[in-house]
Design a protein around this ligand. Structure first.
Ligand code: KG4
Ligand code: ZN
Length: 341
C-alpha cells in the first residue's frame, strides 16, 4: 500500500491528509482561517501566509497522529504548488520539501484545480474521467476539460471576479457576514428571486465559455442605491426583506451563469459528465439547479460532500496518480500563483 502525506495551503485553509493509492483516507485535518479574515470581508494574503506558518506543523503532526502513520512509513510527500496565493503556497511547499529532504522521500507537486476535480473521483468511487470540471470558489471560476486526472485543458474562466468573490462582496454590501456565500444562501431562503432584475453577463453569448461577475456586482450596488438605501445601513423589517430579495436575486443570477456555461461546456466536449468542486459548490440552490439541468440535458453530475468541496488535503490523493506513473518533482520545485496551461 502506498501512503502519501498531502499538504494544502493554496488560500486560507491549512490542511494535511494521509491518503493511500486505494483512495483511503487514513487521517485528515483542516484548520480554517475564516475568523482571521472575517473583519476584512475577504482573504488578506499577508494574514493568510502568516497563519499558515503558525499552523502548518501542528496540522501535519495531528494528521500523522490521527493516521497512525510515522514519517518513516510514508512513500511520498505531495503539496499543492499551483495556483493560489504566493505567500500561502510557499509555506506548504517549504514544509513539503523539508520533510522530503529530512526523510529522503520523493516530492509530488499538485495542481489545486485538478485536485478539486479529483475530489469527485474520491467521493464517487468510480472513474469520473473524461469529464468537464467546474471549479467555483473564492479564487476560481473555471471550466476545464479533463481527459484524465492529470490531462487537463482550460475551456474558459472568469474575465474578472471569481463566483465566490462576488458572493463575498455582495454579502458585504448587504451587511451580511463573511464568508458571504453561506450568508447569502441563508438570506436568500426568505427572499423573492424575481424582485430585482439583474444581468446574466455573457449567458446569451452561445459560443463563449466565460463568466463575468464584476458587472453583476455593480448592478447590485446600483440597485441598492437606486432603492434609496445606503450600503451597510440596512436594518429593520422592510430592509430585511430587501436584503433577502436581493440575496435571492443575486444568487439566481450567478447560478444561471454557472449552470448555463457548465452545460455548454458539457455539450461542446461531448463528455456527458460534469464534476464540480470549490466552496461555492456547497450552495444548495446551485446543486439543485445543476441537478435539474443534468437531468434535462442528460449528463452525469458529481458534486462531492461539503468537506471535499472546500479546500482540503484529501483531494491531494490525486498525487497517487503521479506516484503510479513514476512522475516526481525535483526539490527545486517552485510555486506558480497563476493559472499556467
Ligand atoms: O474553496 P473555498 O473554501 O476556498 C477558496 O476560495 O479557495 O471557497 C470559499 C468560497 C467563498 O467565497 C465562500 O463565500 C464560498 O466559497 N461559499 C459559498 C457557499 N459556501 C462557501 N458560496 C455560495 N454558497 C455557499 N453555500
Ligand atoms: Zn480551492
Amino acid at each position: 500500500m502506498i501512503r502519501i502525506l498531502a499538504i494544502e495551503t493554496t488560500c486560507d485553509e491549512t490542511a494535511a491528509a494521509v491518503v493511500t493509492d486505494t483512495l483511503q483516507v487514513l487521517g485528515a485535518v483542516v484548520a480554517s482561517q475564516d475568523e482571521l479574515h472575517q473583519r476584512f470581508g475577504g482573504v488578506v494574503p499577508e494574514i493568510a501566509s502568516r497563519a499558515h506558518v503558525e499552523r502548518i506543523l501542528p496540522v501535519i503532526h495531528q494528521t500523522l497522529e490521527h493516521s497512525g502513520v510515522q514519517l518513516s512509513e510514508l512513500d511520498a510527500v505531495a503539496v499543492a504548488n499551483r495556483p493560489g496565493l504566493s505567500g500561502s503556497l510557499l509555506v506548504g511547499l517549504i514544509a513539503a520539501k523539508t520533510l522530503c529532504l529530512a526523510h529522503d522521500l520523493p516530492l509530488i507537486g499538485i495542481d489545486h484545480l485538478q485536485a478539486h476535480i479529483y475530489a469527485c473521483q474520491i467521493a464517487s468511487k468510480i472513474n469520473v474521467f473524461p469529464c468537464v470540471g467546474l471549479i467555483v470558489s473564492g479564487g476560481h471560476s473555471n471550466l476545464v476539460r479533463c481527459d484524465s486526472p492529470l490531462d487537463f485543458t482550460a475551456l474558459g474562466g472568469t474575465l474578472d471576479d471569481a463566483a465566490g468573490e462576488a458572493f463575498d462582496k455582495v454579502a458585504s454590501m448587504l451587511g451580511l457576514g463573511y464568508p458571504g456565500g453561506p450568508a447569502i444562501e441563508a438570506a436568500a431562503r426568505g427572499g423573492e428571486s424575481t424582485r430585482f432584475q439583474l444581468p446574466r453577463p455573457l449567458l446569451n453569448a452561445p459560443d463563449r465559455i466565460q463568466f463575468s461577475f464584476s458587472g453583476l456586482k455593480t448592478a447590485v450596488r446600483y440597485q441598492l442605491f437606486g432603492s434609496g438605501r445606503q450600503m451597510g445601513h440596512v436594518s429593520g423589517e422592510l430592509d430585511r426583506q430587501l436584503v433577502a430579495d436581493m440575496a435571492a436575486s443575486f444568487q439566481a443570477a450567478v447560478i444561471d451563469c454557472l449552470v448555463g456555461k457548465a452545460a455548454l461546456a458539457v455539450e461542446q466536449t461531448g463528455f456527458g459528465r460534469l464534476c464540480v468542486g470549490g466552496g461555492v459548490a456547497a450552495n444548495g440552490a446551485l446543486r439543485e439547479s445543476l441537478a435539474a439541468r443534468a437531468e434535462r440535458d442528460n449528463f452525469a453530475l458529481h458534486i462531492p460532500p461539503m468537506s471535499l468541496c472546500t479546500d482540503n488535503a484529501v483531494m491531494g490523493a490525486i498525487a497517487t496518480e503521479r506516484f503510479r506513473a513514476g512522475k516526481f518533482d525535483p526539490l527545486d520545485l517552485d510555486i506558480s500563483a497563476g493559472l499556467v496551461r
